[in-house]
Design a protein around this ligand. Structure first.
Ligand SMILES: [Zn+2]
Length: 83
């Protein structure tokens, strides 16, 4: 499974990340980047299933699919471990 980040306003990073961790790093970089310009990132992590593209997708619906509740919990666990 691959991961990317996307928000309806910011749109996607267009990367196919190989792990949730690297997608999370990318998300945090975008959040810091937009915050330093007084903005806000509406991106979140999306899951790319086989055949989904990180760069060619419906700009209203976003690439891949949103995270499941279980996957969201995994991200919370990863973030806690980093603190
Ligand atoms: Zn990315």
């Amino acid at each position: 499974m691959m991961y990317t980040t996307w928000g309806s306003v910011r749109q996607g990073c267009d990367h196919a990340h190989k792990s949730i961790e690297t997608a999370l790093d990318c998300l945090h970089r975008d959040q810091s980047g937009t915050a330093s310009q007084g903005g806000y990132s509406d991106r979140s992590i999306r899951v790319l299933e086989p055949g989904d593209s990180a760069s060619a997708y419906d700009t209203q619906r976003g690439p891949g699919r949103p995270l499941t509740e279980e996957e969201q919990e995994e991200i919370i666990r990863i973030e806690h471990e980093r603190e």
